[in-house]
Design a protein around this ligand. Structure first.
Ligand code: SF4
Length: 77
Protein backbone atom coordinates (compact mmCIF):
# COMPACT_ATOMS: atom_id res chain seq x y z
CA UNK A 1 0.00 0.00 0.00
CA UNK A 2 1.33 3.46 -0.86
CA UNK A 3 0.14 7.00 -0.19
CA UNK A 4 -1.64 6.86 -3.54
CA UNK A 5 -4.08 4.31 -2.15
CA UNK A 6 -5.31 6.93 0.33
CA UNK A 7 -5.51 9.81 -2.16
CA UNK A 8 -8.72 11.80 -1.95
CA UNK A 9 -8.64 12.20 -5.72
CA UNK A 10 -8.44 8.48 -6.41
CA UNK A 11 -11.99 8.21 -7.66
CA UNK A 12 -12.32 11.64 -9.24
CA UNK A 13 -11.95 12.58 -12.88
CA UNK A 14 -8.22 13.18 -13.56
CA UNK A 15 -9.20 15.94 -15.97
CA UNK A 16 -10.08 18.01 -12.93
CA UNK A 17 -6.44 17.95 -11.82
CA UNK A 18 -4.72 18.15 -15.18
CA UNK A 19 -6.86 20.08 -17.63
CA UNK A 20 -8.26 23.28 -16.28
CA UNK A 21 -11.20 24.49 -18.30
CA UNK A 22 -11.44 27.46 -15.95
CA UNK A 23 -10.41 28.65 -12.52
CA UNK A 24 -13.49 27.03 -10.98
CA UNK A 25 -12.05 23.63 -11.91
CA UNK A 26 -8.74 24.58 -10.34
CA UNK A 27 -10.48 25.72 -7.16
CA UNK A 28 -12.48 22.49 -7.02
CA UNK A 29 -9.36 20.37 -7.39
CA UNK A 30 -7.50 22.35 -4.74
CA UNK A 31 -10.45 22.08 -2.37
CA UNK A 32 -10.19 18.30 -2.58
CA UNK A 33 -6.46 18.42 -1.84
CA UNK A 34 -6.58 20.93 1.00
CA UNK A 35 -9.99 19.97 2.32
CA UNK A 36 -9.72 16.29 3.01
CA UNK A 37 -6.76 14.55 1.43
CA UNK A 38 -4.77 12.68 4.10
CA UNK A 39 -1.71 12.33 1.87
CA UNK A 40 -1.32 15.88 0.58
CA UNK A 41 2.25 16.27 1.89
CA UNK A 42 3.40 12.98 0.35
CA UNK A 43 1.80 13.90 -2.95
CA UNK A 44 3.44 17.32 -2.98
CA UNK A 45 6.88 16.00 -2.04
CA UNK A 46 6.77 13.34 -4.74
CA UNK A 47 5.86 15.93 -7.36
CA UNK A 48 8.68 18.20 -6.19
CA UNK A 49 11.23 15.38 -6.07
CA UNK A 50 10.27 14.09 -9.50
CA UNK A 51 10.06 17.56 -11.05
CA UNK A 52 6.53 16.97 -12.22
CA UNK A 53 5.40 20.12 -13.91
CA UNK A 54 1.87 19.34 -15.00
CA UNK A 55 -1.34 19.49 -13.06
CA UNK A 56 -2.19 19.97 -9.42
CA UNK A 57 -0.21 17.89 -6.94
CA UNK A 58 -0.35 18.34 -3.20
CA UNK A 59 -2.78 21.18 -3.60
CA UNK A 60 -0.43 23.33 -5.65
CA UNK A 61 -0.44 24.26 -9.32
CA UNK A 62 2.62 23.99 -11.54
CA UNK A 63 3.49 27.65 -10.96
CA UNK A 64 3.02 27.34 -7.22
CA UNK A 65 5.28 24.26 -7.09
CA UNK A 66 7.90 26.07 -9.15
CA UNK A 67 7.77 28.94 -6.67
CA UNK A 68 8.06 26.60 -3.71
CA UNK A 69 11.02 24.79 -5.31
CA UNK A 70 12.73 28.14 -5.93
CA UNK A 71 12.15 29.32 -2.35
CA UNK A 72 13.51 26.05 -0.97
CA UNK A 73 16.59 26.28 -3.19
CA UNK A 74 17.19 29.88 -2.13
CA UNK A 75 16.72 29.01 1.54
CA UNK A 76 19.21 26.14 1.25
CA UNK A 77 21.86 28.34 -0.41
S1 SF4 B 1 -3.09 16.11 -2.56
FE1 SF4 B 1 -4.61 16.37 -4.17
S2 SF4 B 1 -3.66 15.56 -6.04
FE2 SF4 B 1 -2.50 14.81 -4.28
S3 SF4 B 1 -3.35 12.83 -3.78
FE3 SF4 B 1 -4.40 14.33 -2.51
S4 SF4 B 1 -6.22 14.92 -3.63
FE4 SF4 B 1 -4.85 13.90 -5.07
Amino acid sequence: MTWRDKAACRDTDPELFFAFADTADERTAKAICWGHCPVRESCLEEALAAGIDAGIWGGLTEDERRGLRRRRTEAAA
